[in-house]
Structure formats: structure tokens, C-alpha cells
Design a protein around this ligand. Structure first.
Ligand SMILES: Nc1ncnc2c1ncn2[C@@H]1O[C@H](COP(=O)(O)OP(=O)(O)O)[C@@H](O)[C@H]1O
Ligand SMILES: [Mg+2]
Length: 216
């Protein structure tokens, strides 16, 4: 039997808590980079880009012109959520110091920010950027899955997401996003689009659905 290792236990507990808070499905809680099967060059490239990005982000080793956000964009079943879950696991369980990393689904992100902004009487009680900062300020990395799966229903929903992007843009924090929707089709204003484009490296994940056996 292994000797007790308080640091390892602390990290395992932090990972469980991050899974719980993010509502990461139980089927994704065992996903690892090792368990991601590489069958084509595009998968190889996606994995390499993601790992390099995470290493840079965790060491805060950005070059002057380096893009601090990453978008995994592609069709269903290509392993995007798998890779987000594996990233969270790798980051929280390893490294010289413990890193704080959080996962949220896009729809849940909007709900969370709105509930942080509204007081009991449904009046805006707190500026959105403060709410974003309170939730993400202490994070070394934010992972946002399935952006735009639930399109913003109201102008306020859009404003909430804009504030999320603008606040993280301002603080220079790293962000990994996942979306089925190509960047050009995102329902954001010109100002947000220009900031997102400036900051984001896009990794296209356009192969066949793994659930369907990976055949096109
Ligand atoms: N390259 C791969 N190697 C191993 N498992 C994979 C791979 N791609 C997808 N999967 C598995 O297929 C299922 C669907 O992947 P998922 O990450 O949910 O896809 P997406 O989020 O892109 O829709 C998951 O169980 C995932 O672990
Ligand atoms: Mg997914």
C-alpha cells in the first residue's frame, strides 16, 4: 500500500470539488490525455496545441505576441469535452504548485453570472465585471464548454457573456473555450469579436463522431 501523501490527497480533493462545482458529468471524470486515442493528424495537432497551451498558461510563460485563449471548435463527438476534463485533471493533479482551474458549460455560465448580478428584488445589484471577477479572478484557467449551444435569449444574456469576455480580456487570464459554432458565426458584437479574434488560437476538430465509431 502507498504511504499517505497529504499533498496528493489535497489535489485529489480539489479535483473532485472542481468536477462537482462545474457539474462535470461522471462519465468524464476519468478522462485523461492518455485515454485520448490519436487516429489522425488533426487529432495529433489538436492534442499538441492544447498541451503546449496548457504548459505555457500554467507557467505563465507567454511570449509577447502569444494568444492567451484557445478555442476547440468542431462537431459533436470529437472529444472536446473529453479534452477539457483531461486538462482540468492534469492541471489540478500536477505541477510545481497547485493550480486553480474551473469548468462551466456555456449555458450554466450565463445563469451563474446572472444570479450573481441580481439582487433578491431582481434589480441589478452588482456590476457584471465584479461578478465575473469574483467567480474567475482567482482561477489560473477557465474552461468553458459548449458555448452558444443555448443561444443567448435576451440582450441581457448577451451583455452577460460580453462582460465575461471583456473582464477576462482585461485581466489577461487564460481561457479555453469549446464550441460547435465557428468563430465567424458567434452572436457577439463587433467589439467583442475583435477582442476574441485577437486573443484566440482556434483548433479545428472536424473529424467523425467517436460515438458513431469514428467513420464518416
Ligand atoms: N480520440 C478519442 N479517444 C478516446 N475517446 C474519445 C475520443 N474522442 C471522443 N472520445 C470519447 O467519445 C465520447 C464523446 O466525446 P466528447 O468529448 O463528449 O465529444 P464532444 O464534446 O466533442 O461532443 C466520450 O466518451 C469521449 O471520451
Ligand atoms: Mg461536449
Amino acid at each position: 500500500m502507498n504511504a499517505p501523501n497529504p499533498e496528493r490527497e489535497r489535489r485529489a480533493a480539489a479535483l473532485s470539488e472542481a468536477y462537482r462545482q462545474g457539474g462535470v458529468g461522471t462519465q468524464y471524470r476519468a478522462k485523461t490525455f492518455k485515454g485520448y486515442i490519436i487516429e489522425n493528424e488533426a487529432q495529433q495537432k489538436a492534442m499538441k496545441t492544447l498541451k503546449k497551451y496548457l504548459t505555457t498558461a500554467m507557467n505563465d510563460a507567454w511570449g509577447d505576441d502569444q494568444r492567451r485563449w484557445l478555442l476547440l471548435q468542431g462537431n459533436t463527438g470529437t472529444g472536446k469535452t473529453h479534452l477539457l476534463a483531461a486538462s482540468m485533471r492534469a492541471i489540478i493533479l500536477s505541477g510545481r504548485r497547485m493550480h486553480r482551474c474551473c469548468y462551466r458549460e456555456g449555458g450554466e455560465l450565463v445563469r451563474l453570472l446572472k444570479s450573481g448580478a441580481f439582487g433578491k428584488e431582481s434589480q441589478v445589484s452588482r456590476p457584471l465585471h465584479q461578478v465575473v471577477h469574483a467567480l474567475f479572478g482567482g482561477m489560473d484557467l477557465a474552461l468553458i464548454d459548449d458555448l452558444w449551444v443555448t443561444p443567448p435569449k435576451t440582450e441581457y444574456d448577451k451583455e452577460v457573456l460580453f462582460s465575461f469576455f471583456n473582464t477576462l480580456y482585461g485581466s489577461g487570464q487564460p481561457l479555453v473555450m469549446v464550441s460547435n459554432l465557428p468563430l465567424a458565426k458567434w452572436p457577439v458584437g463587433q467589439r467583442e469579436m475583435s477582442r476574441i479574434k485577437e486573443r484566440t488560437t482556434v483548433v479545428e476538430m472536424m473529424w467523425a463522431d467517436h460515438r458513431q465509431g469514428g467513420l464518416i
